[in-house]
Design a binder for this molecule. Sequence first.
Ligand SMILES: Nc1nc2c(c(=O)[nH]1)N[C@H]1C(S)=C(S)[C@@H](COP(=O)(O)O)O[C@H]1N2
Ligand SMILES: [Mo]
Length: 374
Amino acid sequence: MTSAAVAVTRSPFAKPVPAESFVNHGTNAEMRWEAVHRDEQVTRVGRFFVRNHTATPTIDPDSYQLKIFGDGLRGEPGSSDAVTFSYDALRSLPASDLTALVECTGNGRSFFGIQQGTPIPDTPWKLGAVGLGRWRGVRLSELLERAGLLGTAVDVMATGLDPSYVTQGVDYGRVRRPIPIGKALDDAMVVWQLNGESLPPDSGFPARLLVPGWVGVASIKWLGSLEVSTTPLASPWNTRWYRMTGPGYPVDSPPLTAMPVKSAFELAWNAELPIGPTTLHGRSWSGEAAIERVDVSVDGGGSWCPSDLVGPNPRYGWTRWQVPWMPRSTGTYELMARATDLAGRQQPDTVPFNDGGYLFSAVVRHPVQVRDDG
Ligand SMILES: Nc1nc2c(c(=O)[nH]1)N[C@H]1C(S)=C(S)[C@@H](COP(=O)(O)O)O[C@H]1N2
Ligand SMILES: [Mo]
């Protein structure tokens, strides 16, 4: 690893995670959908969810180095030297912006229990383990080209500078996960800005990998090294976790890649609404394409009506939508939103169980209470 000084802050997060905008799950902080800024497409830096295996490290940008190495690079014959980039060197590379979601693979996990009766003992995210950022950085293809990429490379393994992940007495080493060279060269980036500011500590300062549309764990924060290999690479983050396991899945099921289609209302769970005319707001997104349509039900799926899509509908982002609603009696209602993306994928009613509680993309039944304030 690099010799950059790494210190760990006392809280798992560097930023405050106040209860009005976050649900605190220990080392993970979930964005509250009711705290989303309705007219803003992009998630504010201070509202971005945080998913840490350990805790946000403090990294000195002056001694920071990104190390790129492996047999998939040209290099001097017989030398195992790495190509290194300082923080300044990285930021002097040709840069571009990409508006893209980062979403945890387990986002929606709690609904395996709430809706399907098969609870999973891991971070009980509702739908707030997702955020949309405007990221700035260099394309990974450009960076690897400068490091001497060979045409025979097949995998790129990113490793973080946060402490080793230890669970149930086993030390799995630093958080790391390979991606295939095809995805690496297609649209992955190494980014150092979020929403026009230098990357906040919790988001991976000084630099992180961004793998658009894919499971959040691929977007390694506090990026310390990239190994470029001519043979397939493996880590517990693509063999033990972040693949489908459990009844009905083969033992050699592949590592997870793209995220599925999802929808969320910009409402608290069990939100209270006054009786009378209102507008329901929400967002839908997919890891593979922009959103084509979103249908909403206010009667638990009995009837559906199309929502109006509002504002931009970016390939790697979410689209906002709204639908008018006029509840005529008080009581509990179940709101549902079902999105279809431009790749033709539609949210199902249920999804098959998997041990990790990954990729819950079924339509969520969101309870609200309509009250008579009059
Ligand atoms: N180095 C490192 N990178 C990491 C993680 C981590 O714990 N350490 N968590 C991963 C997971 S599981 C997710 S979902 C995303 C979360 O990104 P965020 O905390 O910026 O929202 O970062 C990924 N990158
Ligand atoms: Mo994640």
